[in-house]
Design a protein around this ligand. Structure first.
Ligand code: NGO
Length: 525
């Protein structure tokens, strides 16, 4: 204990004179300096942080994790992470005692249904919330209060000190998403699960899966089996592609659910449908199936508006996808339908919204849906590059809720700068500062914050082929967008954010996450 107090005191001195101090007192103490994380470094920034200077809790081989009824799962998740790097047993026990406690009792009502309160004293760590989601968010914060080595997949020596103090936290926006395009290039269940683990770190609570596009259909549909077996048999560049069986998809949904992340499936229509048209000739107005497509063009395909079979197809697909979806939303795309006449587009989108509603889901769609008649429950996802979008603002004025994904801010497939080896640049370069320095609540002219349900950071994969590519484009911009969704505007400050973000670097390195070392960020470690 005395040792840890001494280390904490030393840490303060060392942080002030880092390089000189490490020369003077040697590697042991230099390690200690980085071994106590600051409560002020948490990403996304919490609502309220009160560090207790000089106080640390130390996790030891004898620490136990206490839970109240209903909190066992989250406690098990935390124990799983801490056991890997500490090698400690960390038994999870229902009840109370001195150690780490995750409790669904006694939470401040202020934390709402996704927030938590975290108290770290010398003797204990206590997280209280009103829901599993809140406890889970608190657990993500707690991870960041440990040294970066806590994220190691294999046992490390410690010591395992947690910065002391109190955090009271809850999200600004209810919906904080990332989108992964598995259609342009297909990604395995394991890759999607790894991305889910990474999203959880930053309190992202929705994964939007772009499941269908011109280049591939990635979800098995029993009533139209060729969609996946043929329509999923290639991808951009002509590789083998692939698709999720229903069991695969359920596994992803369950993995997400265990991390309090809701999967939102997207079936894009009436455009972006070449893979479907290629799989079934009867979906084409001329009755002829086009070849599979492996290029990167957009806007050339459309479902046939005048055939009854089109609506049977839509109803079957939406019915099966809805049945796989425990979450409230089903995304129907609706972007870049340049091969569909505008009047046809509006009546099609209206009809499909009714079909989604009949299957018990609310519609999410790209913002072009506002040119049809959005149902009251329909959410429009803005992906433009200007702050002026009069038709979107007018829809918001009539009550349509919005998700913000401006392509020049939130698109993770945009290059960081001219030298980025992956990605596109049609919306411009998006450096970390561009991704961070905007406010979803005031971004669109004439749209009030109350119309904004949340944010989504889309990663389109025309140029993305592997997990390391996903990570390189998402890190560090994903945490920037996640912070815009979670943190109160009062904490918004680029200069503070870049320092907090820099402190995440060693955590990513420890977890084996590939990331872009943006020159805008003072990377720690
Ligand atoms: C656009 C287009 C996608 C592309 C993406 C690439 C939307 C909503 N539709 O965004 O098909 O993949 O740009 O950045």
């Amino acid at each position: 204990m005395a040792g840890s107090r001494l280390r904490t005191a030393l840490a303060g001195v060392l942080l002030a004179v880092t390089s000189a101090a490490s020369v003077l007192v040697g590697p042991q103490a230099a390690t200690a300096a980085t071994d106590v994380s600051s409560m002020r470094d948490v990403v996304p920034a919490p609502l309220m942080v009160k560090p207790a200077a000089g106080t640390t809790f130390t996790l030891t081989a004898g620490t136990r994790i206490f839970t109240s009824p209903g909190a066992r799962e989250v406690a098990g998740y935390l124990a799983g992470i801490l056991r890997r790097s500490t090698g400690y047993r960390l038994p999870v026990v229902e009840g109370s005692g001195v150690g780490v406690s995750l409790l669904l009792t006694g939470a401040d009502p202020d934390v709402g249904d996704q927030g938590y309160r975290l108290d770290v004293t010398r003797a204990s760590v206590v997280i209280r919330a009103q829901s599993g989601a809140g406890l889970f968010a608190g657990v993500q914060t707690l991870r960041q209060l440990f040294p970066a080595a806590i994220e190691s997949p294999t046992a490390r020596p410690g010591p395992w000190a947690v910065a002391g103090g109190q955090i009271v936290d809850r999200p600004r926006l209810a919906y904080r998403a990332a989108m992964l395009d598995v259609a342009r290039h297909f990604f395995t269940v394991a890759t999607v699960e790894r991305y889910l683990d990474e999203l959880a770190l930053y309190k992202v609570n929705y994964l939007h899966l772009h499941l269908t596009d011109d280049q591939g259909w990635r979800i098995a549909i029993d009533s139209w089996p060729r969609l996946a077996t043929y329509g999923g048999s290639t991808q951009v560049g002509g590789g083998a592609g692939g698709y999720f069986t229903k069991a695969d998809y359920r596994a992803i949904v369950a993995y997400a659910e265990a991390r309090y992340i809701t999967v939102v499936p997207e079936v894009d229509m009436p455009g972006h449908v070449n893979a479907a048209l290629a799989s079934y000739a009867e979906l084409n107005c001329d009755g002829k199936a086009p070849p599979l497509y492996t290029g990167t063009g957009v806007g050339f395909s459309s479902l046939c508006m005048t055939r009854d079979v089109t609506y049977r197809f839509v109803d079957d697909v939406i019915g099966e996808v809805a049945a796989l979806t425990p979450g409230p939303y089903l995304h129907i795309g609706g972007d870049e339908a340049y091969a569909t006449k505008p009047a046809d587009y509006a009546s099609f989108m209206n009809r499909v919204q009714e079909i989604v509603a009949a299957h018990g889901k609310a519609v999410l769609a790209w913002h072009q849906v506002v040119t049809a008649t959005p149902l009251p429950s329909t959410v429009a996802q803005y992906w433009g590059t200007t702050r002026s979008a009069p038709d979107v603002a007018a829809a918001a004025g009539r009550g349509t809720k919005l998700l913000l994904s401006p392509a020049n801010k939130a698109y993770l497939d945009m290059k960081y700068d001219a030298s980025t080896p992956l990605g596109q640049d049609w919306a411009g370069y998006v450096e970390v500062k561009d991704a961070y320095d905007w406010d979803p609540g005031t971004y669109l002219d004439g749209v009030g914050a109350s119309s904004v349900l949340g944010v989504d950071a889309p990663l389109w994969t025309e140029t993305i082929v592997a997990l390391r590519d996903i990570e390189y484009m998402a890190f560090p911009r994903l945490p920037a967008i996640a912070e815009l969704g979670w943190s109160p505007t009062s904490t918004h400050d680029w200069n503070a954010f870049r320092v907090r973000l820099g402190a995440q670097g060693p955590r990513w390195t420890t977890q084996g996450i590939t990331f872009y070392r943006s020159p805008q960020i003072p990377w720690a470690g």
